[in-house]
Design a protein. Sequence first.
Length: 446
Amino acid sequence: MKEEEIERIQQLIENKEADQLKEILDHLHPADIAELCNELDAEEARYIYLLLDNEKAADVLVEMDEDARNEFLDIIPSDVIAKRFVDNMDSDDAVEIIRNMDDEKQQEVLKQIDDVDQAGDIVDLLKYDEDTAGGLMGTEMVVVNENWSMPECLREMRQQAEEMDEIYYVYVVDDDERLQGVFPLKKVITSPSVSKVKHVMKKEPISVKEDTPIDEVVQLIEKYNLVAIPVVDSIGRLVGRITVDDVMDEVRERGNRDYQLASGLSQDVETDDNVFQQTKARLPWLMIGMLGGIANSMILGNFDSTFAAHPEMALYIPLIGGTGGNVGTQSSAIVVQGLANNSLDSNETWKQLLKESVVALINASIISMIVYIYNIVRFGPNETVSYSVSLSLFAVVMFASLFGTLVPMTLEKMKIDPALATGPFIQITNDIIGMLLYGGITLLLS
């Protein structure tokens, strides 16, 4: 939303122009109103919500940024959160809202929910790890029994659908609530009324268990082009479903987190965060980088006599460090991407190292040869400069490639986010090792 539009709405809020403001809000999509509320302070956002009906207010709250939403909910009484928002949300959205509250407020909100069954579903869902299918699923589904006739199935589907906003699939269960299949809506129209559901359903549907990691859920939905996927417990009973919009939100959040981690940010940070928050997120890796720089200077100090005898060698320090950092980041980024999209298994470490060795050998040979020719042209037959820089580049590229491959795969095995390996960690390490190699090779050839 444009800045002048936001300023206009803030002016209307200040002047209590409720009718004019309501007319504007009536023509806005919940996502647009959420974007507006993200730019307002909590009190201004509360005034906006007073003008919305309960269903639209709930939709807007779900769409808001997490930080802005939490700030807003902090000033809202628990009974209002329960009756105005949670009562009008799907269970997965309600869990997302309540999960970020402290324990005391969670209990207050749950006690105020009128629908006991909904409150029970939310309590059950809160027990799951938020990084698993159980933590992301909702319980709103259309479910039919495999032994029902078509007229009975249609009657039950109509009744269940009245309480749902969207219907993606109709799930079929047996008498013990175990998932048996998916009932395509087309079959409702085309199947004879004497047919039983189990004769026309699609058997063996793609499903996930409660403890399936979100990454695997994303891969299945993408692989099979699903808009929703059922969740079952350890004995196959249907307990919920995950929709593609929930998955996309999770993918976006994880992508942002990985990008920030790879950029050297130690925690989630937004452009509108205050100075203290941004400093806290950025300073740790800057301090580590500073220590890495000091270590580099100490390494180079041990070779001061060598560089004094060949001062032109100092010109190539940025080249050695920069090339090592770039190569290491490239290698680690490819591995991290492969691990993320499941095209690479962390158990294939040696296979990937061998492949990366061949690529590194080609790249290192080409780069070092180009630099060797350049040095011959520029400095003449100065063997120390020509051989030292080229051999150092070759060694640095080989090391950085293998190191950039090995680190993320090792982190993945240790259950640590491998995106860490695409950030300053790789660059700092390669800088230090690169200077050691450069100084050592130069000393040997002097």
